[in-house]
Each structure stands twice: as structure tokens, then as C-alpha cells.
Design a protein around this ligand. Structure first.
Ligand SMILES: Nc1ncnc2c1ncn2[C@@H]1O[C@H](COP(=O)(O)OP(=O)(O)O)[C@@H](O)[C@H]1O
Ligand SMILES: [Mg+2]
Length: 467
């Protein structure tokens, strides 16, 4: 497609999210037709109303019916807001983008707040592009690779065939690497995308079914393709607007070298150009927009400028669904003197659908704790689970979950295979929960350093609680 590129042979480095705390969550645990929450499903327990509401929103996202909407998940700490968002992410289709940011990271990137938000928005909008591409599809007859003495450069040849023809192709360095990465050997049926150099293995050829050496338990056998080796095929791929931005700003000549990675600023003109191109493609039936989800956790950490940016950005034609989460009550909006529910300006709140999450019942806490114990491969004695449940109800679910790992360490030190009550007691006394920590501060205030740098001179806990 002239002008704007949408693919690159280099793979984008994806950001690694720290999702350890939610690794047990594999979906929202809803009945697929009625969207009713199931008791304990896909790692999800309780919080039925919020899960169902999330399911309804998800359904609308999947049908591509809504875009540019805002959803707020409001509830006390450790009531499952982030967990539900992760559940939504898992149930979106594989080509629907889901971006997760924590509001405070906007302030720590080496770019302006609005650039960071713009990038987050554009990461969350997919463009599904149909393209004709030329591929080579056939059975590998032979691969021959010559390494130079130093091993630095490689050349080679690959012989491929269909039932009707056979051809030898020259291999460059990159193709050789791709072949060895996919562990392609003679007898495999493969597809090479000529424009990107991407290689995918379809399976082993039936003619090699007797080659036991090269077979694993899950070897898939396919027919050797017929007809021409090189064919044109329509392929569909989905990229985010942000990826298109990055691919095209990199090719902007040598200055792009200094601009560095995708963390750098992308010019507004380039974005306009890309938006125009994408809307041309849509008219020509070559592309579709796939609005995804942008999840902004701890949204009360955004300031008034970010909020007005959000308001405006939600109104543009290319906007994703923005899901926000906050655990604040009536609190000051950052960057102003004014207070507002959840620390979010009223005009933004007004356009948001609000889902609330509440405290858990003891039974739910117990079930979540046992799911987590399983996830972390920890065996809990029934009495230990009881006491952890009690701790979870009286302090917070997150604190109780953390104690699982810690008490397991203690149990392992005494070479026990199972965590028992004394192990939990031990870590409970070693690590304070939030309430006990505040209590400790109150008692020890005279010994701690305060805001003015003086021991015991700080305004102390009371001031902290008001702030
Ligand atoms: N309904 C639930 N089902 C399963 N696990 C949950 C549920 N709610 C919360 N959790 C788990 O409890 C911990 C705290 O929840 P989290 O979603 O981080 O709370 P919040 O974001 O509301 O502060 C996380 O490890 C989360 O995965
Ligand atoms: Mg959270």
C-alpha cells in the first residue's frame, strides 16, 4: 500500500506486564449466552454484579458496537477492580487490542503527558487490514547452509516442491535465522511470506510419515501442496494505530535514528496522514477499525490536564473504550483545588458507565485464597486456610494473598510440605497489614522523622489521614 507501511519484519518488543497477582484469572467466568456469573469459574469468584456488567460491556466491544465510551470501576482497595479488567482482557478476541496503564506512569515517561496518553489511545485501536501478499508454500526437500569460517555470515539454498514442481531458492542471513528458529527440516510443509520473510510451519508431509526420528507426539501431518509454489493470497492482519505510527516514523530518514525507540515523540502531521490513509482504506473496503480497550488503573492519579485530554479524545472518531479504576471517595482532582467523586471531574464522570465493586463475603475470600494457593503451588492445611480467611476478612484480601507466599517460605524452612497455622501466625506477626501499621505509627510517632525532618516533630498520623 503506497505511502504508509503497516508491516515490519522486525518484531515489536512487547511490554512485559507484571500480572503475577492476577495470573489465576483466565476470564470473567460468565455463562457465554446469558452472561450470568458462574460460581467459581476461570479463576473468578464472587463480585457477580460487577462481572456481569463487565461482560455486557465486553459483548458490546466484541460486536464493535461501542467506541469512545468510558467505564469507571469504583470500589475499595482489593475488591477485584484490576482482576475484573484482567478478566476482560483475557476474553477479548486475539486481535482486539487491550492496553493497560497505571495513571501515574504517565508522569514518569520521558515524554509529555498528552503524548503518553495519545500513544496509549492509539495502542488500543486496531486496524484490520486485508492485503494481497505473495507467498511460497511447499514441502521442504533440502536445506543447505554454508557458514563462513568466522561464522559471521551465512549463505544457503532451500529446495522446495509441490506435487507438480520443484524449485531452489537462495537464502539470506535473515531467512536462515528464521528457518532455524522455526526448526524447519526436510519434510516439513512451510509457508514463507515473501514481503515480511515470515516463516510458518504447517506440519510434516504425509510422505515422511515413516520418518520416526523427526516426530514428536503431537506431530501434525499434512498433504504436500499442489500446483504452483508461489501463490498470491489474501491475508488479514491487525495492527494498532500506534504500531503504524512507529513503523512509519522509523522510516523517516536518518533523523529517526536519533529519535530512538518508540518512546519518542511522533509528529502530529504523521498521525494525521495515517488517519487519513486509514479512512481511505476503510472506504475502499481494504481495512476495518477494531476499537479495543484502554484500561487506566488508579485513574485518580491523573491531573486535570489529562482529564480534559481524555474528554476530548473520547469524542474523536478513532477512540477505544476507556475503562478506569479508582478506589478513592470524594477527593481532590489533581492539579486543582476542587473535590470531586473519585477525584474525577464531573463532566468525565457524567459520560462514564459506573460499575461498583464491594467488599467480599468470607466464603468468597476463602475460595479466592484456595485458588491462589493452587496457583502458587502451595498446600494449605484446612486450619491455615481458615485463619487466612479470617485475616482476609478483617484486613484485606490482598494482604491475605501475600501471606500465602510468605507462610509457605516459613513452612519450607521447617521442611514441612504443608502450610499450617503456626506458619501463618509467624508471618502475621512479622508483616503488618495497613491497620496495624497505622497503629504502630501512632504509638511510635515520637521516634519517627516527620515532614519537617525532625524526630517526633512530624505532624504525624492524624495529618496523614486528613491529607
Ligand atoms: N473476584 C475475584 N476472583 C478471584 N480473584 C480475585 C477476585 N477479586 C480480587 N481477586 C484477587 O485479589 C487480589 C486483589 O484484587 P485487585 O483486583 O488487585 O483489587 P483492586 O484492583 O480492586 O484493588 C488480586 O490478586 C486479585 O487477582
Ligand atoms: Mg487495582
Amino acid at each position: 500500500m503506497q505511502g504508509i507501511q503497516t508491516t515490519t519484519s522486525e518484531r515489536e518488543q512487547t511490554r512485559v506486564e507484571r500480572i503475577g497477582a492476577h495470573s489465576h484469572i483466565r476470564g470473567l467466568g460468565l455463562d457465554p449466552t446469558t452472561l450470568e456469573p458462574r460460581g467459581n469459574s476461570q479463576g473468578m469468584v464472587g463480585q457477580g454484579k460487577a462481572r456481569k456488567a463487565a461482560g455486557v460491556i465486553l459483548k458490546m466491544v466484541k460486536e464493535g458496537r461501542i467506541a469512545g465510551r468510558a467505564v469507571l470501576m469504583a470500589g475499595p482497595p482489593s475488591s477485584g477492580k484490576t482482576a475484573i479488567a484482567m478478566g476482560m482482557a483475557q476474553s477479548l478476541g486475539s486481535d482486539v487490542p487491550f492496553t493497560m496503564i497505571s495513571a501515574s506512569e504517565i508522569f514518569s515517561l520521558e515524554m509529555s503527558k498528552t503524548e503518553a496518553l495519545t500513544q496509549a489511545f492509539r495502542r488500543s485501536i486496531g486496524v484490520r487490514i486485508k492485503e494481497e501478499s505473495e507467498i511460497i508454500e511447499g514441502e521442504v526437500v533440502e536445506i543447505q547452509i554454508d557458514r563462513s569460517l568466522t561464522g559471521a555470515s551465512k549463505t544457503g539454498k532451500i529446495t522446495m516442491k509441490t506435487t507438480d514442481m520443484e524449485t531452489v531458492y537462495d537464502l539470506g542471513n535473515k531467512m536462515i535465522d528464521a528457518l532455524s528458529k522455526e526448526k524447519v527440516i526436510a519434510g516439513d510443509v512451510i509457508v514463507i511470506d515473501k514481503s515480511t520473510g515470515k516463516i510458518s510451519k504447517l506440519g510434516r508431509s504425509f510422505t515422511r510419515a515413516r520418518d520416526y526420528d523427526a516426530m514428536g507426539a503431537d506431530t501434525k501431518f499434512v498433504q504436500c501442496p499442489e500446483g504452483e509454489l508461489q501463490v498470491r493470497k489474501e491475508v488479514v492482519h491487525t495492527v494498532s494505530l500506534h504500531e503504524i505510527d512507529v513503523i512509519n516514523s522509523r522510516t523517516q530518514g536518518f533523523l529517526a535514528l536519533f529519535a530512538g525507540t518508540h518512546r519518542s515523540l511522533i509528529k502530529a502531521e504523521l498521525r494525521d496522514q495515517i488517519n487519513n490513509k486509514v479512512s481511505d482504506w476503510r472506504e475502499e473496503g481494504k481495512a476495518e477499525i477494531v476499537p479495543g480497550v484502554l484500561f487506566i488503573d488508579e485513574v485518580h492519579m491523573l491531573d486535570i490536564e489529562c482529564f480534559s485530554f481524555l474528554n476530548r479524545a473520547l469524542e474523536t472518531e478513532l477512540a477505544p473504550i476507556v475503562i478506569m479504576a479508582s478506589n478513592r471517595g470524594i477527593t481532590r482532582i489533581r492539579g486543582t483545588k476542587y473535590k470531586s467523586p473519585h477525584g474525577i471531574p464531573i463532566d468525565l464522570l457524567d459520560r462514564a458507565l459506573i460499575i461498583s465493586t464491594g467488599a467480599y463475603l468470607a466464603d468468597d475470600i476463602k475460595e479466592i485464597l484456595s485458588i491462589r494457593a493452587q496457583e502458587e503451588d502451595v498446600s494449605l492445611a484446612p486450619a491455615a486456610l481458615e485463619i487466612l480467611t479470617k485475616i482476609g476478612s478483617e484486613t484485606s484480601l490482598r494482604y491475605a494473598i501475600q501471606l500465602i507466599t510468605l507462610s509457605n517460605l516459613v513452612a519450607r524452612r521447617r521442611k514441612a510440605a504443608q502450610v499450617d497455622v503456626p506458619d501463618v501466625r509467624r508471618v502475621y506477626t512479622l508483616f503488618l497489614d495497613e491497620k496495624r501499621s497505622v497503629q504502630f505509627l501512632k504509638e511510635q510517632n515520637s521516634l519517627l522523622i516527620g515532614e519537617d525532618g525532625q524526630i517526633g516533630g512530624g505532624a504525624g498520623v492524624d495529618a496523614m489521614e486528613v491529607a
